[in-house]
Design a binder for this molecule. Structure first.
Ligand code: GSH
Length: 216
């Protein structure tokens, strides 16, 4: 069975290119596995049927001939477990990749998300400026740790893996914060990964239906 990925038929411009089915599409492209995108609209998204597949009525959701899944990181790890393009075959190497996949979504993404929210908040109140400064400092702390780990390596575990894929999707969301130039090796990791043909194909596959189904 060709596997199936649930994605949005259309998303507002700010989200286009960043919807989390991108992670799954990218992993499948790296693994060389064909897939079908099941495009859902608001109506399907809110349905009981879809909730039986994705308990939070979000995307992505995934199914293959063995399993139905939700949560992008879990799906990417599932795909990685079947493809050496995304993780080494040995259990030790795979465990390292798992650590970094979880680090991307648990130790970096929440800080990136928090700093992004304060970046967009109006500047008026002192408490907002205060919280923004603190959010930026916490994000800096995490990026410094990633940079320290990365050292002069090209990828988090030496070669491209699902860990770099997940970290890149987190880093892409903070480009407009202009924090990444202060961490040039981390930003270079992001750019190196975004230049991969599999990423370019995955991004285009997400964007194409948005162009075709634009409400305007
Ligand atoms: N932790 C989930 C988050 C999924 C998520 O946030 N999906 C967003 C799109 S990027 C969504 O479906 N938003 C619509 C909604 O929550 O109604 C994952 O990584 O799969």
């Amino acid at each position: 069975m060709t596997c199936e990925v649930a994605a949005f038929r259309w998303a507002p411009p700010f989200a286009q290119g960043f919807v989390r089915d991108l992670r799954v599409r990218w992993a499948l492209e790296e693994a060389g596995r064909p897939y079908e995108a099941t495009l859902i609209d608001r109506h399907i998204q809110k349905s009981e049927d879809y909730r039986a597949w994705q308990p939070f009525n979000q995307v992505p959701a995934y199914r293959d001939d063995g399993v139905e899944m939700f949560e992008s990181a879990a799906i990417v790890l599932h795909i990685a477990a079947q493809s050496e393009a995304l993780a080494p075959a040995d259990p030790v190497g795979r465990a390292r990749v798992t650590s970094w996949v979880v680090a991307a979504i648990n130790s970096v993404e929440p800080y990136a998300h928090n700093a992004s929210q304060f970046h967009d908040a109006p500047d008026g109140d002192a408490w907002i400026r205060d919280r923004r400064e603190r959010a930026n400092a916490l994000l800096d702390h995490r990026l410094r740790a990633v940079a320290a780990w990365l050292g002069d390596k090209e990828y988090l575990e030496g070669r491209f893996t699902a860990a770099d894929l997940m970290m890149t999707t987190v880093l892409r969301e903070i480009v407009e914060l202009e924090v990444l130039p202060r961490f040039p090796t981390v930003d270079a990791l992001r750019q190196r990964c975004e230049a991969r043909p599999a990423f370019v194909r995955a991004l285009e596959a997400q964007m194409q239906p948005f162009r075709e189904n634009s409400p305007a």
